[in-house]
Design a protein around this ligand. Structure first.
Ligand code: DGY
Length: 336
């Protein structure tokens, strides 16, 4: 079932990597272990395949498309670490992993600036109708310059509302300074005053942020408390001239309510890098020029994906060497 990659020795640790990742990270792992990639390493492994593969490995480097739930963990009794190659780890049942003594790690920090860049690409794209205008030119529809042609909305000087002022939210706020924007934010807790001051960001209640912002950009983690945080009620609070941008996780937004708000003109547009049922995209979104749709590429730069893969690999190397993985998200597992 498995295709092993380097010279096999029976007693070397075995690391499963669930899809092909940047080569330097595989090389790093091969220095310490036998590395297994699935037979078709450029697609998401089927559930049964993942179950069978994990059963044979103590160390696993997984992706956000691998659902590591309680059942999968129960079927993988020899597993010691799940190193997720993403900062978000909502695909892993951390409580179940902890209960089974399995370490879980993520890749924070290295993708912050790249993801913030993409959130800004979406803000600019929806405001200035970049994708729609590109399609217009390619379709041969551009016959003359016109004073009313493809009018969008200004970004500079407007109000940006950031939902979740963690690393990525802060990087988005920093970029807003260059556009002379007023920045509002809402988080579980306000950030320290000196951080607010440096970013020129003001903490407000979510309802106020939604009411006052021209652009709302989502950067909170996905968990039970943020599921459908932006629902029909939240969307109704937004201005009909406002835009929603989501580069965090799809299910933070109630997509049915979003489609409804867009189609009824209660929201000007949306820039979406993430979706509720990825890779499925709700049909109502596909037919709207006011929406820009991306295939979850927030961190997809050559440099950043290489850094993420290496960071996930280093977490596994630490586990192999009996050290505490640097990006352990369930440290309580060590005191079990
Ligand atoms: C993450 O890391 O959580 C992103 O969604 C993928 O880079």
């Amino acid at each position: 079932m498995t295709a092993s990659s380097s010279g096999a020795t029976a007693d070397r640790p075995r690391v499963l990597v669930t899809q092909r990742i940047p080569e330097p990270a595989l090389e790093r792992l091969r220095a310490f272990a036998e590395v297994t990639l699935p037979p078709s390493p450029d697609r998401i492994p089927e559930r049964a395949e993942l179950v069978a593969l994990l059963r044979e490995h103590a160390y696993a480097l997984v992706l956000l498309t691998d659902r590591v739930d309680a059942d999968l963990l129960a079927a993988s009794s020899g597993l010691r670490i799940v190193a997720n190659m993403a900062v978000g780890y909502d695909n892993v049942d951390v409580a179940a992993a902890t209960a089974r003594g399995v370490m879980v790690t993520n890749t924070p920090g290295v993708l912050t600036e790249t993801t913030a860049d993409l959130a800004w690409a979406l803000i600019l794209a929806v405001a200035r109708r970049i994708v729609e205008a590109d399609r217009y030119v390619r379709a041969g529809k551009w016959t003359h310059w016109g004073p009313l042609l493809m009018l969008g909305t200004d970004v500079h000087g407007k109000t940006l509302g950031i939902v979740g002022l963690g690393r990525i939210g802060q990087a988005v706020a920093r970029r807003a300074q260059g556009f002379g924007m007023r920045v509002l934010y809402h988080s579980r807790h306000p950030v320290p005053a000196e951080v607010e001051q440096a970013l020129g960001a003001r903490y407000v209640a979510l309802a106020d942020l939604l009411r006052e912002s021209d652009f709302v950009s989502i950067h909170c983690p996905y968990n039970a408390s943020t599921h459908h945080l932006i629902d029909g009620t939240a969307l109704a609070r937004m201005r009909p001239t406002a835009y929603l941008v989501n580069t965090a996780r799809g299910p933070i937004v109630d997509e049915t309510a979003l489609v409804d708000a867009l189609w009824t003109g209660r929201l000007a547009g949306a820039g979406l890098d993430v979706f509720e049922g990825e890779p499925a995209v709700r049909p109502g979104l596909l037919d709207l020029d006011s929406v820009v749709l991306l295939p979850h590429i927030g961190s997809a730069s050559l440099e950043t994906r290489a850094r993420m893969a290496l960071m996930a690999a280093e977490n596994i190397v630490a586990a192999i060497e009996g050290r505490r993985p640097p990006n352990l998200v369930n440290p309580e597992v060590l005191s079990r």
